[in-house]
Write a protein that binds this ligand. Structure first.
Ligand code: ZN
Length: 135
């Protein structure tokens, strides 16, 4: 597996439109991509900042992937995503090195990417997302 760069920082928000006052109106950044991920109960907004991005995660139903987080911790930084090549090998490699993948194989991410999350209990408190592909 090859690691390239910080792909994005994922931030859970209750209402993306409200939070865009910070990223667009104040910071002058642009939303470059919005996508619905119905199987994960999410709508994601990607905001370009230099070579990396901020991903706002908004729930579209109460059983979404972020609903538990939102309930327990409220809005805030949710994960850090690292862009990689060779994600197909990541599950086995992670297990071999003592990190716990949250799925048995990479899942479909925004924009046709493949993503794999590592459990924060095995990474020092960081929900780490590996992402392969660009959008
Ligand atoms: Zn992400």
């Amino acid at each position: 597996m090859k690691t390239n760069k910080i792909d994005h920082i994922g931030i859970v928000v209750k209402n993306a439109k409200e939070r865009l006052k910070l990223y667009e109106d104040f910071l002058g950044l642009k939303v470059t991509h919005i996508e619905e991920l119905p199987e994960r109960g999410l709508r994601v907004y990607f905001i370009q900042i230099g070579e990396t991005r901020i991903e706002l995660l908004e729930a579209t139903n109460e059983n979404s992937e972020i609903s538990g987080f939102l309930e327990k911790r409220g809005e805030g930084i949710h994960h850090i995503a690292i862009n990689v090549e060779g994600i197909e090998n990541a599950v086995e490699l992670a297990r071999l090195k003592g990190f716990k993948p949250l799925s048995d194989e990479p899942k479909k991410g925004a924009g046709g990417t493949k993503v794999l999350f590592l459990h924060p209990k095995t990474t020092g408190g960081i929900l780490l997302e590996l992402v392969e592909g660009e959008h």
